[in-house]
Design a protein around this ligand. Structure first.
Ligand code: ARG
Length: 462
């Protein structure tokens, strides 16, 4: 059955039907479609547009359809054009003519705008819950590793010593911002478009605020044309998901590097790695590589929707049906990646002694040697030059700063005394970095306390 056969004298071409139809993918929000219809008829009856008994019959019919779809006795028939037609047609089949009153004061344009918003609202919450789980995992590793030394890098060259807790703390901040972004989006999108009709509202005395409150929106949208033509919240959500993927991809890249034969900072659990069909020795970081790879697909969806929307005149245009498949795929992809990454991280073994040994060579304490000179009255620029000479000397002898004798130090600068060794030890280098946000165990413990507090209190709605 079609919702719009009246003014047509010919059957739709079959290819046209398939090209136009969306039921193969919009059946995903059957629950939201029914939930929206129940709110709509509840409001219609309250306004005297339907009688209470008509309302009750329609709601009973809709709830029956919902229950039968959920328990699997009623399969969604893909010959219908979309989920809206499917539900309405079956309602009429089940309860008769009164079912024909469901669509009073409504268009599929405001209906689909509502369904998609309800669906996305749920997905924003679910994505947030998965991020929270990831953050708990990151925090657990941070708490156990405030004194696990490792090299910090710039340009992928060893720079200064840090700790594993400090390194992971950077990702904690990223995923925290991702959750804040989701909360912002939720707040901005949480206005109900239902009652906007096709584009110009309706002549029925609808109470849009009442429908909005039934569906737990903060209120009703303020312009009926914008209501049916707005997909900004999808673009914002795809953008937030792209940023989450970008963060996961950077983290994955680090896991891949850390897991390489050259680094060996970590060992992936067998349950989260894969082998090679030809090389028996291999244990590959496929999960991290796939997360990195799928990031491109998610960015593509964002570009795709931005491009779809850029030339659309107001109000609804069928182009907008293209928002669904790519959004659904992006949500599935990103949620899957967060979950897989969390599992991989939770089971990964950090090889603390390898990381510490790596921090000890590569002159990560060169800045601290310069700071030592500064503390003994040498201007920083001169100190930088002196330590540069020390490094050159060490490279030539294939030793580290810690291996030089005091005589060798004094030959380059008489300012050095025996306490230089303590001053440039890995432990001192890290422990002296006490400023807010720095890697010393003391500063990190304070940061962890604040992150913990955040995790306990923050959510989508607060
Ligand atoms: N399947 C359509 C979509 O996803 C539903 C809205 C149809 N509206 C219309 N005027 N044809 O956008």
């Amino acid at each position: 059955m079609k919702l719009w056969g009246g003014r047509f004298t010919k059957e739709t071409n079959q290819l046209v039907h398939h090209f136009n139809a969306s039921i193969s993918f919009d059946q995903r929000f059957y629950k939201q479609d029914i939930e929206g219809s129940i709110a709509h008829v509840t409001m219609l009856a309250r306004q005297g547009i339907l009688t209470d008994s008509e309302r009750d019959e329609i709601i009973t019919g809709l709830k029956g359809i919902l229950a039968d779809i959920e328990n699997g006795t009623f399969v969604i028939d893909e010959t219908y054009e979309d989920i809206h037609s499917f539900v309405e047609a079956h309602l009429i089949e089940r309860i008769g003519d009164v079912g024909k009153k469901l669509h009073t004061g409504r268009s599929r344009n405001d209906q689909v705008a509502l369904d998609m918003k309800l669906y996305i609202r749920d997905e924003v919450r679910e994505t947030d819950a998965l991020l929270k789980e990831l953050l708990s995992t990151v925090l657990r590793i941070m708490e156990a590793n405030t004194e696990t030394f490792m090299p910090g890098f710039t340009h992928l060259q060893k720079a200064q010593p840090i700790t594993l807790a400090h390194h992971l703390g950077a990702y904690f901040e990223m995923f925290k911002r991702d959750r804040q972004r989701l909360a912002d989006i939720y707040k901005r999108m949480n206005l109900c478009p239902l009652g906007s009709g096709a584009l110009a509202g309706t002549t029925y005395p609808l109470d849009r605020e009442y429908t909005a409150s039934l569906l737990h929106f903060d209120g009703a949208t303020l312009n009926s044309m914008d209501s049916v033509a707005d997909r900004d919240y999808l673009i914002e959500f795809l953008s937030a998901l792209s940023t989450i993927m970008m963060h996961l991809s950077r983290f994955s890249e680090e896991v891949i590097i850390w897991n390489s034969n050259e680094y060996q900072f970590v060992e992936l659990d067998d349950s989260y790695s894969t082998g090679s069909s030809i090389m028996p020795q291999k244990k590959n970081p496929d999960i991290a590589e796939l997360v990195r790879g799928k990031t491109g697909r998610v960015y593509g969806a964002l570009m795709s929707l931005l491009t779809t929307m850029k030339g659309l005149p107001l109000a609804y245009n069928k182009d907008m049906q293209e928002d669904k498949e790519l959004t659904f795929d992006t949500i599935d992809t990103t949620k899957g990646c967060i979950q897989l990454f969390t599992g991989m991280l939770a089971t990964m073994r950090f090889r603390n002694s390898v990381m510490e040994a790596s921090a000890k060579n590569g002159f990560t304490n060169a800045t601290d040697a310069a700071d030592y000179l500064v503390n003994h009255g040498v201007p920083f620029r001169d100190a930088h030059g002196i330590v540069g000479q020390l490094v050159l000397y060490c490279i030539d002898k294939n030793i580290s700063l810690d291996d030089m004798t005091l005589e060798e130090y004094k030959a380059i600068s008489p300012v050095f005394e025996a306490d230089i060794y303590e001053a440039i030890s890995l432990k001192t280098c890290v422990e002296k970095r006490l400023t807010k946000g720095a890697p010393s165990p003391a500063a990190m413990k304070e940061a962890i306390r604040l992150e913990k507090e955040y995790l306990e209190t923050a959510g989508i709605l607060n």
